[in-house]
Write a protein that binds this ligand. Structure first.
Ligand SMILES: C[S@@+](CC[C@H](N)C(=O)[O-])C[C@H]1O[C@@H](n2cnc3c(N)ncnc32)[C@H](O)[C@@H]1O
Length: 425
């Protein structure tokens, strides 16, 4: 009888507090990395954890098994990547589709971890600030949508005084970008893709972004950045900054990367709506009254814009992580004198361009958490397009290298042939 991942999961995940530690992360990472040389990073701790958990389950007994989850690990991959600030895995979907194998993930939110595991069969490791970069497997591409934080000058001078760090380590210490930088410095991936809110460029009068770019250049990467609007891919106005880097050591001094041209036109909001949404998503009289009153007051003062009743033929405003509070930024008109309703989590999933098979029903995650997760996530088709452009550079470089190698071999062969000919004469 074939063993399935869901059979193993039944033994593995039994208690709610298991999500807090790293045991599940070690075991699931180990199970994912059977055939790709990354397993050595996880095996010891995974075995120790299994021993404390269950006595009748050994790796040798469960392997091999079938991954019965929506996004199983890639077999016969072309490249390896790691997924930092993984959220619910928007980046992972796109890079797996391009035949990448994810060899490491990190995310500290318990509910995001639950959604991630339900879809990828892997529990991410937790707090990135506590992760030793040497414990991360080697990889070709690093991806991550990191939270934006200011870089404090005061912190810098104190560290300087102590004489502890130099360069970027000093300037970014105490921020989550610092953790990305130290992992890049140690693991030296061929390329990376980072994502953030559009305002990262103007944050702290441009200083934050300048330091980020300087740091990445100091680490010897060609750095490209662009603000992309998801509205060409999904019916949502969502501007995000994408930062792409290519290693100078690996690619040399010239990299002609271009961000993808957006497809023509825009998408239609009406196309992502469910035909019969549950009535519980309709706003209560109280909330609808409050939103109208709030909008009226602010309009009278001449500032801000209140709730957004979305045109089904247009695109929605940006779905934010606070959508769960009142849904005010994206509301849908309803007929028959009903109050407007908010989006259902399934509709949020479509608005972010997640595939239909992405699992959110009956996984033990509340609507509130799902709204937060999608509001924090990435528009998958945008990442898919950027990732495909990155892969063009990576694949063509590989091809060029193979060509150089082939020519070298031909040359060596010719020289030895010449020698043979000379010797026989
Ligand atoms: C902007 S979201 C990225 C979401 C992701 N790109 C996706 O597709 O869902 C940032 C994520 O970083 C996580 N995070 C913040 N601080 C963290 C830390 N110190 N260690 C690990 N994860 C962290 C948050 O919980 C959040 O899910």
């Amino acid at each position: 009888m074939e063993i399935k991942y869901s059979d193993i999961r039944k033994h593995l995940i039994k208690k709610d507090n298991q999500w807090d530690g790293e045991g599940l992360a070690f075991v699931t990472h180990y199970l994912q990395s059977q055939d790709n040389g990354s397993s050595k990073y996880f095996r010891k701790e995974a075995e120790e954890y299994l021993e404390t958990l269950i006595h009748d389950l050994e790796f040798n007994y469960v392997l091999p098994f079938h991954f019965d989850i929506p996004f199983p690990p890639t077999e016969n991959h072309d490249f390896r990547f790691i997924d930092l600030f993984a959220g619910i895995g928007g980046f992972r979907i796109a890079f797996q589709e391009l035949n990448g194998k994810c060899v490491y993930s990190s995310e500290w939110n318990k509910y995001a971890k639950i959604t991630y595991e339900a879809n990828f069969g892997e529990v991410p490791f937790g707090d990135i600030t506590r992760i030793d970069e040497n414990k991360i497997p080697d990889h070709d591409i690093l991806v991550g949508g990191f939270p934006c934080q200011p870089f404090s000058i005061a912190g810098v001078s104190k560290k300087n005084a102590l004489g502890r760090h130099h360069g970027f380590l000093d300037k970014t210490q105490g921020t989550l970008f610092f953790d990305i930088a130290r992992i890049i410095e140690s693991k030296k991936p061929k390329a990376f893709l980072l994502e953030n809110v559009k305002n990262l460029r103007s944050h702290d009068r441009g200083k934050t972004f300048r330091i980020i770019k300087e740091t990445l250049k100091e680490l010897e990467y060609h750095v490209f950045d662009e603000i992309l609007d998801a509205r060409h891919y999904v019916p949502q106005h969502r501007e995000r900054i994408f930062i792409v880097g290519f290693s100078r050591k690996y690619f040399g001094e010239k990299v002609e990367f271009k961000f993808p041209e957006p497809p023509e036109g825009e998408k239609r909001f009406g196309d992502i709506l469910e035909s019969r949404p549950d009535p519980r998503y309709t706003l209560s009289d109280h909330l609808w009254g409050y939103l109208q009153e709030y909008a009226r007051k602010h309009k009278a003062k001449g500032n801000g814009f209140g709730f957004g009743l979305t045109d089904v033929n247009g695109v929605a405003r940006t779905l934010s992580a606070r959508y769960y509070k009142d849904g005010s930024e994206i509301l849908i008109k309803q007929g028959n004198g009903n109050n407007p309703r908010r989006l259902t989590p399934e509709e949020c999933k479509r608005l972010m361009g997640f595939p239909e098979e992405f699992l959110i029903k009956d996984i033990g995650v509340s609507d509130t958490q799902l709204y937060k997760q999608f509001g924090n996530s990435v528009a998958v088709p945008v990442v898919r397009a950027v990732a495909a452009s990155m892969m063009e550079i990576i694949r063509s470089h590989k091809k060029d290298n193979m060509e150089v190698l082939r020519k070298k071999r031909v040359k060596v062969l010719t020289q030895s042939q010449v020698k043979n000919v000379t010797a026989s004469n």
